[in-house]
Structures are given as C-alpha cells and as structure tokens.
Unconditional design. Structure first.
Length: 627
C-alpha cells in the first residue's frame, strides 16, 4: 500500500521555526525593508554589524543611519530597482562604509522583492555576508606558535584538560563567558561539580572508554548561578609514553543559542525557500517512517553541495543521500537518527560523508523532530560543512601538543641543572669546610687534590649542560659512554661524602662496557641513586653500596643496593617516585630526586623498580631500555 505523504501545508506547518532558526543560526546579516527602504526586521548578526545591541533599534531606520552616504545611496537605488522590476540582485560585491569607526568592509549581498499575501511588492529583503571578517579569521588561524597563548586566552570555544581523577587541570579563560565561573574557580575542582545531570558525565566516560575519543558530544552543564547550558564536546583520552591513562582533554562550545533557535517557529514559506537558496549549507525536512524508510520532503539547494544530490533525487527516497555517509560513521548516524525517532529528542551530530567529487567532508547536522499522525517523524533542521573548522581544530591540537612537549623538556632541563649542580656544590662546600679546619699539610694537600677533581667534574657537567642548550633538547644529546669510567667520575664527585661517611662501594661492571645514553641524564641518575644510599644510611652500621651491571636480551640492567634505613613499601610504595614526597626525617631531603630519576629513565625508553625492607636496605633496578 502506498504511503500517504503529507500535503505541502503539513510539510511546511513549522516553516516559521525554520526561518527563525535561519535568522539566528546563519552567520550572515538578514534584513527586511518596506517600500521606502526602512528596516522592518533584522537578525542579531545584522544588528552586530550596525553596532547596536538590540535588532529592534533598527526598526524604522535606513542605511543612511548606519553607512556613509555613498554606500547608503547605492543600496537605496538598487532596492528601488528591485521593487520596480521585480528582479532580484544576486551576490553583489560591494564596499560598506560604516558611520562608526569600523572602517570599510567588503561584503556580498543578495536582494529580493518582498510580496504581501496578494502578490504585491511591498518592500525588499536580503542577505549579506562580510567577506572581510572571513579573510581576517583565516589569517588569524595561520598565526605562528608565538601567538598560541593569545589564541588560548581569547578563543571563543573552551579548551579544557582533566587528570586521571577527573580533576580540572587546565581550562581556557573563555569559560567565564559561558558559565560565569572564573578560570581560577574551576582548576583543581572535580569536573562532576559542573554537570547539570551526572548521567551526562557517565555516558561521556563510557563513550571515551569505547573508542578513546568523542566528537561533538552533547552534554548539559550548569553556570555559576545553576542555570542549564547546552555544550558540544570534542575530546580524547590522553596517555603517557608508556600507555598509561593520565587524563582527558578537548574543546567545548556553547550551543545553547542554537538549541533555543531550533525550537522557534519560522514565519514565511516563500521567504524561506528563496533565502535558503542563498545560504551555505542545507535547510531541510527529513521524514522517517516506522518501517525505517525515509525521505526529504524539503531540501534547499545546499544539499547539492553537502551531498552532491539534487533535492528532487531525495524528495521521496533519502537513501541516495544516506549512502554518501562515510563507512566508519554510517552506523553512528543511523543510531542517532533512530534514537531521536524513538525519544523525540533533538538531533545533532557531526559526521563524515564520502562524496564522488569532493571526497571526504565533515558535516554538522541538527534538527528538531515532530511526531506525525501516521506514526512517522519529521525533523526540521540545518546541515553545514565544518571541514575547515575540523582541520583548524586539528592544527590547534598539534600546536598544543608541541607546546606541551616543549614545556616538559624545559622542566626536565631545569631539574637536571638544579639537582646535578647541587651535588657538585655540596661536595665542594664540604671540602672547603674540611680544609678550613684541617692543620696537617699532608691532609690539606690530599683534599686540595679532591677539590681540583671536584672542580674538573663540575666543569664537565656544565659542558654537558651547555651541549644540551646548544641542541635545544635534552633527549637528543646521546653519546657513547664507557660505563665503568663514568661511574668512577661519579664517585669522584662524591669523594668527600664517601670518605667522611666511611662508605664502602662494591661494583661489578664489565670492562669496556659502553652505553649510548644522554650523559647529563646518566650523571643525574647515578648521582641520585648513590647519594640517596649515602644520605639514608643506617645509624648503627657503616654504609655498603653494591653496584652491578648485567645484560639481559642485549639490554643493560643496573642494580644499586644498600644496607641503609630501607622503606616501608606497603605504606609508601605508591608515592615513592612522586614529587616532593619524603619518607625519612632527613632535613636535606627535597622529595624530588627519585621523581627526576624516574622521569629521565622513562623519557629515554626505560623503567625503574624498587625492592626494600625497612631497617635492612633498598635495591633499585634500572632497565635502561624497555623499547
């Protein structure tokens, strides 16, 4: 039995909703004028261009109130010609000179005759796009990395990052515009505090766990005053180099205006059809029946750009357009449509199409459904191409990754400088203290030799650090190092500590064993492990440190063990390598040495483990290369 398609009157019964959606959603100026070229209605975008807050302020005014006389007169003459001939003016390129200090702008304008219900021309209506803003926006997105921070601080969308516990660790200042919260009021707070419905958070986490990312995922948040805000989130899971989950980061944008606009009714069928032909994207009505078949009762000419099909080709069967969906997104698209069909919830999705001519493009669609008497559902909505925006988002994300990586390298370098040089300074200070108090010339001569050696090792360390600065990255400063020879240099740096604390160092290192490693890292690692063994020695026995190097599967493994105080791993094991964590009452402890050591080893592709018994001693096992 043939389906009973709705009449044209039913199909467009909500057309006023579509016009209002168009007036608010499309980023172009739309206006209506009477026969004397006085404004009778403009949209918000047009009001912004005129420099007024409320579109109602323009009612009764003319172009002479907003533009220079040359442009205003030209516009008046064109509109009189349109009303006289009934012929529209399409895509007219013109220069607009504002009365304000905005200067001249280039824009494209289309003007049409405006008819009353009896077919009489009573004025004009048109749509204007500011080409100048578009050019400036494109140039802004090509700014260098130097301008990244300015983009971050002024971006209209909201960039955010949370750690593995769901605590907000970073968010852009633009959040204040949408939520009323200041940036400082959000960072450090659980993200769950800002959800209007916690089920949105739970659903988002489930989606992230499935694929590792979400695109244009809608969640409901609340402002500082407790009001509802609709947002669209594009985010992904962040992992460290070892594959461990460390947080989530993404971009969020406020779509509340669009959600409100989708719920407004539209005013004129004829005006909608003509305006929609000049608007980028597709204004449409999509109808799906209980058996799953579907069609587009109405689609603007923009569907030819978005899907490379004509409105007539999909008027009675939508399958040709749906078949253009990218194979990876087709199931997700159909699931979202079916969900909206069942629940009558607003539909919105960002998805890809694979077109015969243009190839893969990103589309953003949104619509409001309405149940029909025959059991079908009709959606009134809008589809636009967002490929350029997706590419810009990807470029911004890459820039952010580069900046984050550079910050990590700088922080690592700062730790190396402060921690490595502190060992040298401590050694030299102790030798000078001994020399100041010692009276025997023979002992003085011995410690002057130690001082000379300490000075040489300090110069070598500074030279290594200078090489790192020259190469602009710590990880690239790789060289072949004789391990036994290098260990001897480390012991020379700690000579005074070894002598005064009566330290016995036993080592088992193969002769002529070399390792390709960063010299500054290796010095820092060995200094930290050996100096810690001395620092946390047991008060009832002389310290003994055993250092051995073995090779397993052609990869070197370093073991450093001591007979010191030991560590209660059940109590402190999970925070042993954390920053600023200390486990003994040693006033020299900074709680940063093991954090730096672990960071350096892992950045070179290795790992570090620990075995310890309180009161007996500690053993550190370093796998220099896991990869």
């Amino acid at each position: 039995m043939d389906k009973q398609f709705p009449s044209d009157q039913n199909v467009f019964q909500d057309s006023s909703h579509l016009l209002k959606l168009l007036m608010k959603h499309v980023p172009y100026s739309i206006y209506f004028k009477d026969h004397k070229s006085r404004f009778i209605k403009i949209n918000k975008e047009c009001a912004n261009k005129f420099g007024i807050d409320d579109p109602l302020e323009a009612i009764g005014k003319t172009d002479f109130d907003f533009f220079d006389i040359e442009h205003a007169q030209k516009a008046f003459d064109d509109e009189q010609k349109v009303m006289k001939t009934g012929q529209p003016i399409i895509n007219l390129l013109e220069s607009e000179g504002h009365n304000s200090d905005q200067g001249k702008h280039w824009a494209t304008t289309s003007k049409f005759p405006f008819y009353d219900n009896k077919g009489n021309i009573i004025g004009t209506f048109g749509i204007t796009g500011d080409v100048t803003d578009q050019i400036e926006a494109e140039e802004a997105l090509r700014n260098s990395e130097k301008k990244y921070r300015a983009i971050f601080n002024n971006i209209q969308d909201v960039f955010y990052r949370t750690d593995s516990r769901g605590i907000v660790s970073e968010i852009s200042p633009s959040i204040e515009k949408y939520s009323g919260y200041k940036r400082s009021e959000i960072i450090g707070i659980p993200v769950t505090n800002f959800y209007y419905h916690l089920e949105d958070r739970e659903n988002l986490v489930r989606e992230l766990q499935k694929t590792g990312k979400v695109t244009d995922y809608e969640v409901r948040l609340k402002t500082s005053g407790g009001e509802l805000v609709y947002t669209s989130i594009t985010s992904h899971i962040v992992k460290d180099k070892s594959g461990k989950f460390i947080g989530v980061e993404g971009i969020m944008r406020d779509i509340s205006e669009r959600k409100i606009a989708e719920k407004k009714l539209i005013e004129s069928d004829e005006t909608l059809s003509k305006l929609s032909e000049q608007v980028p994207g597709t204004i449409y009505q999509f109808q799906q029946y209980p058996d799953g078949s579907s069609r587009f009762p109405f689609a603007s000419k923009g569907i030819e750009e978005n899907y490379e099909v004509t409105p007539e080709e999909v008027k009675n069967d939508a399958s040709k357009a749906i078949s253009r969906s990218h194979s990876d997104d087709l199931n997700r698209l159909m699931e979202s449509i079916n969900h909206s069909f069942r629940t009558l919830s607003d539909w919105e999705l960002e998805y890809r199409v694979d077109l015969p001519k243009k190839g893969v493009r990103w589309l953003l669609g949104n619509a409001r459904p309405k149940k029909q008497d025959d059991g079908s559902v009709v959606w009134h909505g809008y589809i636009t191409d967002v490929t350029d925006r997706k590419e810009k988002e990807n470029a911004l994300n890459k820039t952010m990754d580069i900046v984050s990586d550079q910050n990590k390298r700088l922080l690592n370098f700062a730790h190396i400088v402060s921690h490595n040089l502190r060992n040298h300074a401590s050694n030299i200070s102790m030798i000078l203290s001994i020399l100041e108090e010692e009276e025997e010339e023979e002992v003085k001569e011995e410690f002057f030799n130690h001082l000379s050696t300490a000075s040489d090792r300090l110069n070598e360390t500074i030279d290594d650090l200078n090489k790192i600065v020259d190469q602009q990255t710590v990880e690239k400063n790789i060289q072949e190092i004789d391990f036994k020879d290098y260990l001897s240099k480390i012991k020379e740096i700690l000579t005074t500590e070894i002598i005064t604390k009566k330290v016995a160092i036993k080592q088992s290192i193969p002769d002529n064993f070399t390792i390709n490693y960063n010299s500054a890292y290796l010095e820092s690692i060995l200094l930290n492990l050996i100096s810690n063994a001395i620092k946390y020695r047991h008060p009832d026995r002389d310290p003994v440190i055993n250092i051995s190097l073995t090779v397993l599967n052609r990869k070197p493994i370093l073991t450093v063990s001591d007979n010191g105080l030991g560590i209660d791993l059940e109590e402190h094991g999970n925070k042993l390598f954390g920053m600023y964590n200390t486990f003994h009452n040693n006033e020299d402890s900074k709680g940063i040495g093991l954090y730096i050591t672990k960071n350096q080893i892992e950045s070179m592709g290795g790992s570090i483990d620990v075995e310890s018994t309180k009161g007996v001693g500690t053993t550190f096992i370093v796998n220099f290369f896991n990869r």
